[in-house]
Design a protein around this ligand. Structure first.
Ligand SMILES: Nc1ncnc2c1ncn2[C@@H]1O[C@H](COP(=O)(O)OP(=O)(O)OP(=O)(O)O)[C@@H](O)[C@H]1O
Ligand SMILES: [Mg+2]
Length: 216
C-alpha cells in the first residue's frame, strides 16, 4: 500500500549543536495505526510536532499525502493541518474563555462550518454530555483532555496524531477514547500515537521505539 507519511533522514536541533532528532527514517502506510514509544525526553513530542506541521525540522524531508511539507510556508502549513490532520496535544491548548461546546465548534469553524448539534454529540461520545457549558478552568485535567479529543476528531481527520491522549484518564475513560480511535481506524484513518502505555502499544499495527532521537 502507498505511504501516507514518509520521513527521510529527519534531524532537529534546538541549539544548533545537539540533535534532539537524529536521522529519523519512517514510512507509514495509509490506514496504518503506528504507536511511538520511548523514554521521557527521547524526542517523541518533537517528532509529532514536526509531523503535524507545528514545528520545522533542521534537515531532512517529510512528505505527507504526497506533499513535501518542509517546503510549505506558514500559511500553507496551517491550511494543510486544518484539512488533513487531527491533533491531540500533550498539553490540551483549549481556549480558556470558551465552553466545551464552543471549543469544539471552533475547530468546525476553521475547517468548514459550525454545527452545534454535531459538537454536542462529539462531547457526549467522550462522556462529557454533562460538561457542555463549562469553561476549561472549571474542568478536571481528564475532562479537558476529552474536550481536546472531541475537538480533534470533529472533522473526521484523514490522519490523527495524538501525544499521550490517555495520559490523564482512568481506565474507563481511557477505554472509551481507545474505542473511538478504533472506530476511526476501521473507517480508514491513519493514526500516529505517542504513548507510554504498554496496553495501547499492543493495539496498533506496529510500534516504533525511539531513544535519544534515533529509531531503535
Ligand atoms: N523548544 C525546545 N527548546 C529546546 N529544547 C527542547 C525544546 N523542546 C524540547 N526540547 C528538548 O528536546 C528533547 C526531547 O523533548 P520531547 O518533548 O520531544 O521529549 P518526549 O519524548 O516527548 O518526552 P516526554 O515523554 O517526557 O513527553 C528534550 O531533551 C527536551 O528538553
Ligand atoms: Mg512528550
Amino acid at each position: 500500500m502507498e505511504s501516507i507519511i514518509k520521513i527521510d533522514n529527519l534531524c532537529k536541533s534546538y541549539d544548533g549543536k545537539n540533535n534532539v532528532l537524529d536521522g529519523i527514517n519512517v514510512n507509514i502506510k495509509k490506514g496504518e495505526w503506528v504507536n511511538i514509544m520511548g523514554p521521557s525526553g527521547s524526542g517523541k513530542t518533537t517528532l509529532l510536532n514536526i509531523l503535524s506541521c507545528l514545528d520545522k525540522p533542521t534537515s531532512g524531508s517529510i512528505s505527507i499525502c504526497g506533499e513535501d511539507i518542509t517546503k510549505f510556508n506558514q500559511s500553507q502549513l496551517a491550511e494543510f493541518r486544518r484539512n488533513k490532520i487531527g491533533l491531540i496535544f500533550q498539553q490540551y491548548h483549549l481556549i480558556p474563555y470558551l465552553t466545551s461546546v464552543e471549543n469544539v465548534m471552533m475547530a468546525q469553524y476553521f475547517h468548514s462550518a459550525v454545527d452545534e448539534e454535531e459538537a454536542i454529540e462529539a462531547l457526549k461520545d467522550v462522556g462529557l454530555g454533562h460538561r457542555l457549558n463549562n469553561i476549561p478552568g472549571h474542568l478536571s485535567g481528564g475532562e479537558q483532555q476529552r474536550v481536546s479529543i472531541a475537538r480533534s476528531l470533529i472533522n473526521s481527520p484523514e490522519i490523527l496524531m495524538a501525544d499521550e491522549p490517555t495520559g490523564n484518564l482512568d481506565r474507563k475513560n481511557g477505554t472509551i477514547i481507545l474505542d473511538i480511535f478504533k472506530k476511526l481506524h476501521e473507517k480508514g484513518s491513519t493514526i500516529v500515537l505517542v504513548t507510554h502505555d504498554p496496553v495501547i502499544g499492543k493495539m496498533g499495527d506496529r510500534t516504533i521505539e525511539i531513544m535519544d532521537g534515533k529509531i531503535l
